[in-house]
Design a protein around this ligand. Structure first.
Ligand code: NOJ
Length: 532
C-alpha cells in the first residue's frame, strides 16, 4: 500500500507552533527545532499551514507570492532546510496549496483589476452584473471594483478573489507553482477549498432554499442558498485528475494530494477518481461534529466503508485550524479524549491530528471583538453570549492559540513580552513537557497508539468489520490483515460493562488503563485492543 494510505498526519499552524526568534510569532526555524518532538510522538507526515508571502489578512490563506516566504516565518533557505530535516528524520512533508484564490494584493490581481484589457484581465472571475451566488462563508460573493466598473467573485472573503481556471494561463501558472515546490522535494499538498475552484460556466443562479439557513457539511454557507452551481462541479473533479498528472511527473518518491472539500459524500468521493486517479485523500469533516456515543461512530465507520471502500482510504479528523477544538465537545475531558484517540488511530482511516490535540489543548477565550481572524468581520453582529454557545467557532483565533510546551513563560512558546495571540490559562497539566513525563497522559496514549499502528499491518492497512457485543455503549470492531486480527473495544459510557466476546483472546496489546489482562469487563470510559 502506498505511503499516503498508511500514514499518520500532524498539522502545524506555523504562527502558533514555536517562536525561535522572540518576536511573538511562530516561525520555520521554530518548527525545525521541534521536529524531534513530532518524530518522537511517531507521526510520519507533517502538514504545515501556509507560510508564503501574504498580507496575513487571513494568516497565510491570502497569498501574495507563491514562490517566497513571509519574512516573519523565515526565508527560502529555511524552507529548504525544513524539507531536508524532515526527510532526514524519515518523515514526509505536505505543504498547503491555496489554488482557488490569491490575496487581492497579489500582483496578478492588481494587474487584473486595473483595467478590462490588461494581459491578466481574464485571470479572475469578472462580470458586469453579478448573479445570485453567495460565498461559502454566507454573504454575497460578488465584490464591486470601480476601476473596471465590474464585479469579481470571491468564494471565501472579499480580499481573496477567485482565480479563473477556465483561462489556461491561470491553470498553467498554478500548476507551475506546484511543480516548483515538488522540485524542492515537498511530498504533497493539502488543497485549500479545492471544491470551489471551477464554477458553472454559464453562471446559472443557485437555487433558493428556505430550509438551508445555517451552514452544514452538506450545504456549506447556508444563508438560504444551495451552492449547486458554485461548488463541486463536474469540471472540478476533472481538475483533480489533471493535478494528479502534474504530481505524477514527480514520482520518485511518490507524492500525495489531500483535498479540503465538502458537500456530502456522493459529491466529495468523486474527487478520488473512479480509478483512484484523482486526489489521494479527502478530508471527511462530518465526523468533526461528533456525538460522543458508540452509535454515532458505528454509523460513521459503516458510512465511510460504504462510500470509501478499499483501495480508497478515509481520513479521521477531529480538529483543525478552522474549528473549535475537538476536546471542547467532550467538556475538556482528558479520559474521553483518550477514547477518541483510540478510535482515531485504529479505525480504517488516515488520522490527521492538529497540533496540541495530543495534550488536550483547549480553545482560547478570545472575544469576537478582539478577534484577529477576519471571519469575525462577517459575524461581528453575533452577540458574544450566543457565540459562546454555538457548536461552531466564529472567532477561529480560539483554536489557534500558541502551543503549550511547558510551564514556563508563554508556556515555552516564545520569550516575547507579547505573543500574537494570548496563551491559554490552563497550561499547568496541558503542556507537552508535563505529559511526556507522565506515563498515563493523553500524549503517551497517542504515542503508544501510533507505535502500535505503525508496527501492525492490520491497523494501518487491514480491513475493518463492526462487531456487535450486545451492548450499545460498546463500539467494537476487528481490524484484520492476513493472519493478524485485532479486536478494538471502546466503552463510551461511564459504567462498567461485561462483554461477551466469542473469539479466543490471545493477548492485550493496548489498554487505556494500562491493564495487562482482559476478563471481559471494561471499566467506564475504557478501551482495549486485543489480539484474537
Ligand atoms: C479554508 C482554510 O482552512 C481556512 O483557514 C481559510 O480561511 C479558507 N480556506 C480560505 O483560504
Amino acid at each position: 500500500m502506498s505511503w499516503h494510505a498508511t500514514t499518520t498526519i500532524y498539522q502545524i499552524y506555523p504562527r502558533s507552533f514555536y517562536d525561535s526568534n522572540g518576536d511573538g510569532i511562530g516561525d520555520l526555524q521554530g518548527i525545525i527545532q521541534k521536529l524531534d518532538y513530532i518524530k518522537d510522538l511517531g507521526f510520519e507526515t507533517i502538514w504545515i499551514s501556509p507560510f508564503y508571502c501574504s498580507p496575513q489578512e487571513d494568516f497565510g490563506y491570502d497569498i501574495s507570492d507563491y514562490y517566497n516566504i513571509a519574512p516573519e516565518y523565515g526565508t527560502l533557505q529555511d524552507v529548504e532546510q525544513l524539507i531536508s530535516e524532515i526527510h532526514q528524520r524519515n518523515m514526509k512533508v505536505v505543504f498547503d496549496m491555496v489554488m482557488n484564490h490569491t490575496s487581492d494584493k497579489h500582483p496578478w490581481f492588481l494587474e487584473s483589476r486595473s483595467s478590462r484589457d490588461n494581459p491578466k484581465a481574464d485571470w479572475y472571475i469578472w462580470r458586469d452584473q453579478p448573479n445570485n451566488w453567495k460565498s461559502i462563508v454566507g454573504p454575497n460573493g460578488w465584490q464591486y471594483c470601480a476601476e473596471r466598473n465590474q464585479y469579481y467573485y470571491a468564494s471565501f472573503l472579499p480580499f481573496q478573489p477567485d482565480l479563473n481556471y477556465r483561462n489556461p494561463e491561470v491553470k498553467k501558472a498554478m500548476f507551475d507553482v506546484c511543480r516548483f515546490w515538488l522540485q524542492k522535494g515537498v511530498d504533497g499538498f493539502r488543497l485549500d477549498i479545492f471544491n470551489c475552484i471551477i464554477k458553472d460556466k454559464d453562471f446559472k443562479d443557485n437555487p433558493f432554499s428556505l430550509f438551508h439557513i445555517l451552514p452544514s457539511e452538506e450545504h456549506p454557507g447556508g444563508n438560504f442558498q444551495i451552492r449547486k452551481h458554485s461548488l463541486n462541479q463536474e469540471e472540478n473533479f476533472e481538475l483533480a485528475q489533471e493535478l494528479r498528472s502534474v504530481i505524477n511527473e514527480f514520482n520518485h518518491p511518490p507524492r500525495m494530494l489531500l483535498g479540503e472539500v465538502f458537500g456530502g459524500h456522493d459529491k466529495i468521493k468523486q474527487y478520488l477518481g473512479k480509478k483512484q486517479d484523482g486526489l489521494h485523500l479527502v478530508f471527511l469533516f462530518d465526523i468533526l461534529y461528533y456525538k460522543f456515543n458508540a452509535d454515532f461512530f458505528r454509523k460513521k465507520i459503516l458510512e465511510y466503508e460504504h462510500h470509501y471502500p478499499a483501495p480508497n482510504m478515509p481520513t479521521a479528523v477531529f480538529s483543525n485550524h478552522d474549528q473549535l477544538r475537538s476536546i471542547h465537545r467532550i467538556g475538556n475531558n482528558l479520559e474521553k479524549a483518550k477514547l477518541l484517540a483510540l478510535l482515531q488511530f485504529t479505525m480504517r482511516a488516515v488520522p490527521c491530528v492538529y497540533y496540541g490535540e495530543e495534550i488536550g489543548m483547549t480553545d482560547g477565550k478570545i472575544p469576537i471583538k478582539e478577534g484577529k481572524d477576519p471571519m469575525v468581520n462577517v459575524y461581528s453582529w453575533v452577540p458574544q453570549f450566543i457565540a459562546d454557545r454555538l457548536p461552531v467557532g466564529i472567532n477561529r483565533d480560539n483554536c489557534r492559540t500558541p502551543m503549550q510546551w511547558n510551564n514556563q513563560k508563554n508556556a515555552g512558546f516564545s520569550v516575547a513580552e507579547k505573543t500574537w495571540l494570548p496563551l491559554n490559562k490552563d497550561v499547568e497539566k496541558r503542556n507537552a513537557e508535563e505529559q511526556l513525563s507522565d506515563k498515563e497522559s493523553l500524549l503517551n496514549v497517542f504515542k503508544k497508539l501510533i507505535l502500535l499502528r505503525k508496527s501492525s499491518p492490520a491497523m494501518h492497512s487491514g480491513t475493518i468489520e463492526i462487531i456487535h457485543t450486545g451492548n450499545k455503549n460498546i463500539l467494537a470492531y476487528v481490524r484484520s490483515c492476513k493472519d493478524e486480527k485485532l479486536l478494538v473495544l471502546i466503552n463510551f459510557s461511564k459504567s462498567k460493562i461485561t462483554n461477551n466476546i466469542s473469539q479466543p483472546i490471545k493477548k492485550v496489546v493496548f489498554s487505556i488503563k494500562s491493564k495487562k489482562t482482559f476478563e471481559g469487563i471494561l471499566d467506564g470510559f475504557d478501551g482495549v485492543i486485543l489480539k484474537i
